[in-house]
Design a protein around this ligand. Structure first.
Ligand SMILES: Cc1cc2nc3c(=O)[nH]c(=O)nc-3n(C[C@H](O)[C@H](O)[C@H](O)COP(=O)(O)O)c2cc1C
Length: 107
């Protein structure tokens, strides 16, 4: 089981983004950027899906061992994030957002 929630297991499509650390760009100080590249890809997918009127939910808290075993891409591939994609049920709650001042540091 990669992720147990019904909105994940019952979604018509689930996308998984994997990095290949052995092929990723590495900064001079040794920092491997594979996971960064992977989340950029996922972020673009989420934004495009949203623009098309589809629902997504970024899933980081998945079972990475199960993901690797079930999808079977091999040990060179690291699962980074998943998202279900589908038409979401209507929401009946109002989102509470932090203000810009709460999340941005101005120097
Ligand atoms: C980095 C990251 C990881 C997340 N992982 C999970 C997850 O494992 N399970 C889950 O139900 N939602 C996960 N979420 C989704 C959040 O719980 C939340 O639903 C979402 O960020 C709401 O975004 P919105 O307020 O912009 O719609 C994650 C979100 C982010 C940004």
């Amino acid at each position: 089981m990669i992720y147990p929630s019904l909105f994940f297991t019952q979604a018509p499509i689930v996308l998984g983004i994997f990095s290949i650390p052995g092929e990723s760009w590495v900064r001079k100080d040794g920092r491997n950027y594979g996971d960064v590249d992977a989340v950029i890809v996922m972020d673009h997918i989420v934004m495009e899906a949203t623009a098309l009127g589809l629902g997504t939910c970024w899933i980081a808290n998945f079972d990475s061992i199960a993901a690797s075993e079930i999808i079977g891409l091999g040990k060179d591939f690291e699962p980074i994030a998943f998202t279900p994609i589908g038409y979401a049920e209507p929401k009946d709650f109002k989102k509470v957002r932090k203000t810009l001042e709460e999340i941005v540091v101005y120097l």
